[in-house]
Design a protein around this ligand. Structure first.
Ligand SMILES: [Zn+2]
Length: 389
């Protein structure tokens, strides 16, 4: 199962309907939870999903407005309660003292799901929802597989649709090509082929905007209407940066997985990253070629880069396509000469690898070649060991 999330553009009236649906489903969730809680407290009796689902027609009789919500959506809400309760009892059984499942407030409860039917996606980029109508959707990336469920989600003032799809993971043709990848700060990634993947400029732009809004927020009076507005703006800027980053990482990981049968990365270690985050040139206040001052720029870039997320995306895409991601020990990858294997110590600001053996190339390119070599020998070692298992 893979999910695809797209922004919805409801009209004002549709947005009010969506919010109304959220309020109703939240109400049902809390009521169902209350019923179970009472039964458990008073009679130590547990109510099942079916007990509750069987009451839905009756509920619709008393509260006519529930007829305006697709019945599968309501069933899905009750299944959600069921899941929360089962998890609770599982923990009780194993001797823990878990907190009782929580009642959902307006800000916490942010989605409802059509588990099977009641929705469709049209050719002209609209999502049709039963009892709501057709809403404009921005399909910024291609949907793959067969849609199984459709979730409508609110984030702040924005609405999204999330399709969970069963992937007929389009099998890719066999590729013998392997690539080593050095993840870095100057370039987002350097490939053993010498190509680079750059961080999009809008990351820093978005980050700057977010900082500005954050500062504006800190000046607003607590509890004021303006403060509430400012909180929303900050959250919106956050979301934008996050979504843009995810798009970038999806696109780049897709390209790599499509081309290479084996992709080798360094193991990402938090300690390793923080060491790289405090290079010497900080103290001199020198500037990196990316134009940001080293001190703030480096830390920002680390957050921006989302290396872990990237390796994660590559890994699951590779698994779906029958390809391989290998991770190798990062020790010495930037110091060893990819031409002759001797160690040539370099400081962080030395961007060029130059060796007596005649090897001359970019520092990160050299590292990427070493990473590829390590990945290959690691795979070979595993292939030799395999028969013994
Ligand atoms: Zn050399």
């Amino acid at each position: 199962m893979k999910s695809f999330k797209y922004r919805l553009y409801p009209t004002g009236k549709q947005a009010r309907t969506l919010q109304w649906m959220l309020d109703r489903t939240r109400e049902l969730y809390n009521a169902a939870l209350q019923e179970r809680r009472d039964a458990y407290r008073m009679a130590h009796k547990s109510i099942t999903y079916y007990d509750q689902a069987n009451q839905l027609p009756e509920i619709k009789g008393i509260r006519e407005e529930y007829k305006d919500i697709h019945s599968q959506v309501l069933q899905d809400v009750l299944r959600g309660v069921d899941k929360a309760m089962k998890a609770f009892f599982r923990r009780v059984k194993s001797g823990e003292t878990p907190g009782y499942p929580r009642f959902q407030g307006r800000d916490r409860y942010d989605s409802f799901t059509y588990p099977q039917a009641g929705f469709s996606l049209t050719q002209d980029s609209r999502v049709c929802l039963s009892k709501i109508g057709s809403i404009k959707v921005k399909l910024h990336r291609e949907l793959q597989g067969t849609i199984k469920t459709c979730t409508i989600k609110r984030e702040g003032t924005c609405w999204y649709v999330v399709f969970a799809c069963e992937g007929e993971a389009a099998p890719l043709p066999v590729s013998d090509e392997a690539v080593g990848i050095d993840l870095g700060l100057l370039h987002f990634a350097t490939l053993s082929t010498g190509e680079t993947i750059e961080n999009p400029r809008y990351f820093r732009k978005g980050e700057k905007k977010r900082e500005k809004l954050q500062q504006a927020l800190s000046k607003k009076k607590r509890g004021s209407h303006r403060r509430k507005k400012a909180v929303q703006s900050v959250a919106k800027a956050h979301r934008k940066v996050r979504n843009q980053r995810a798009d970038f990482l999806h696109k780049e990981s897709r390209m790599l997985v499509n081309q290479y049968g084996v992709i080798v990365f360094e193991e990402l270690q938090p300690a390793n990253m923080s060491r790289r985050a405090k290079p010497k040139q900080d103290e001199n206040g020198t500037y990196l070629p990316n134009g940001a001052s080293a001190k703030s720029g480096l830390n920002k870039s680390i957050q921006d880069a989302g290396w872990g997320q990237f390796v994660g995306y590559c890994t699951y895409k590779a698994e779906n396509a029958g390809r391989t991601v290998v991770q190798v020990n990062p020790r010495y990858t930037s110091q060893v000469c990819s031409g002759c294997g001797t160690i040539r110590k370099k400081t962080l600001e030395e961007r060029w690898h130059s060796c007596e053996c005649g090897t001359e190339l970019d520092r990160d390119h050299n590292a990427a070649i070493n990473i590829l070599r390590l990945g290959r020998s690691q795979q070979l070692a595993m292939a030799v060991e395999a028969p013994r298992l």
